[in-house]
Design a protein around this ligand. Structure first.
Ligand code: HEC
Ligand code: HEC
Length: 297
């Protein structure tokens, strides 16, 4: 809040409190010239007259107490423009304190799993349930509540892995994330015909029915450019996260236009890192849950 607004807010609050006090004071007493409270020409219910009668003392005092309380409250808590209050309370501070308390409690719950091997945690039903909860809160928005993913977001419930499916590899993925880098190669391939031929060759790698002449026309380009990351056989490399192009799992689809799109525009799938947000042990639990999906007993 700028100082100008702050002063404006303080002024309005003071005006309101002052106004309330003034109103109480002004209306509470009778003044010379007021007709006596029982002087009236009209009566209802026997003793009710039309003139205003002062409120009972205790009632008025309640109002005064409210005003004093309000002033005390505004002195102790933030409320008057930029004035932070004498009590030092802030919503951020309260949140931080409550989070710290919750973290401490969680840490105690999770302590049993610290540094345990992923595959051992994955056999512990209670731990897997906890891992599923962490997954639902942090991962499901991208990977789906059943972890089956969507276009561009990998299915984590199968045994196909871009970055490796060993326990430690999954944990590393969760802790530090991954940034896939497949650059666009449209220009390098020099022309539409070659892009299509290379794409058709990629389709042939996973056994899709293709025109063999077209596929073999794309083979040299694949060996010359693509094999550097995807390997000479197209099996991918978990260090680079370069997809295995020989299986039937496709992150971005296996239609000719999908593969041509990959070549022309590249792909930069990003898996965020969770080390800071979840911490080591919770990352371990969610990694164990992911591991358990493709290793059901
Ligand atoms: C913002 C979306 C997003 C969120 C949230 C997210 N991920 Fe991912 N994740 C991705 C994307 C995109 C990839 C694929 C990256 C790539 O293209 O290589 C990925 C990849 C992965 C992989 C590697 C899959 C493989 O085949 O190797 C694992 C494991 C994984 N995520 C687990 C998780 C877990 C566990 C969480 C929750 C703690 C999570 N992800 C949260 C987007 C997300
Ligand atoms: C510099 C390394 C690199 C090179 C060179 C490279 N790729 Fe890739 N490619 C990747 C990576 C990494 C991914 C995963 C991208 C992602 O997850 O977002 C990928 C993904 C793909 C996919 C998507 C696979 C899926 O599951 O949907 C296709 C298709 C593909 N590459 C084809 C090619 C072809 C064809 C070439 C040669 C013209 C090529 N790549 C060259 C690194 C590379």
């Amino acid at each position: 809040m700028t100082t100008g607004w702050s002063i404006y807010v303080i002024f309005l609050v003071a005006l309101n409190i002052g106004g309330a006090a003034w109103l109480l004071w002004w209306t509470a007493k009778r003044r010379p010239g007021d007709p006596p409270s029982d002087a009236t020409s009209h009566h209802w219910d026997g003793d009710l007259t039309e003139y205003n009668k002062p409120l009972p003392k205790w009632w008025i005092n309640l109002f005064w107490i409210t005003i004093v309380f309000g002033i005390g409250y505004l002195a102790w808590y933030p409320g008057l423009g930029n004035f932070a209050g004498k009590g030092g309370w802030s919503s951020r501070g309260q949140l931080a304190a409550e989070q710290a308390a919750a973290e401490k409690q969680l840490a105690a719950t999770y302590a049993a799993y610290a540094n345990q091997p992923i595959d051992a945690i994955a056999r512990d039903q209670g731990a897997v349930t906890t891992g599923r909860r962490i997954f639902a809160n942090n991962c499901a928005m991208c990977h789906g509540s059943d972890a089956r993913g969507a276009k561009g977001f990998p299915n984590l419930s199968d045994d196909k892995w871009q970055w490796g499916g060993a326990p430690e590899q999954i944990l590393a993925t969760v802790l530090d994330g991954h940034q896939a880098a497949m650059p666009p190669f449209g220009a390098a391939l020099g022309g539409d015909a070659n892009i299509t031929a290379t794409a058709v060759y990629v389709q042939s790698l996973s056994g899709l029915p293709v025109d063999p002449a077209l596929a073999s026309a794309g083979k040299a380009t694949f060996a010359g450019i693509c094999a550097a990351c995807h390997g000479p056989e197209g099996k991918g490399n978990p260090v680079l996260g370069s997809a295995d192009l020989t299986d039937d799992y496709w992150l971005y689809g296996n239609r000719i236009e999908d593969i041509r799109g990959a070549i022309e525009k590249g792909h930069n799938g990003q898996m965020p890192a969770w080390r800071l947000q979840l911490g080591e042990t919770r990352s371990r639990l969610v990694a164990a849950y992911v591991y358990s999906l493709s290793h059901r007993q």
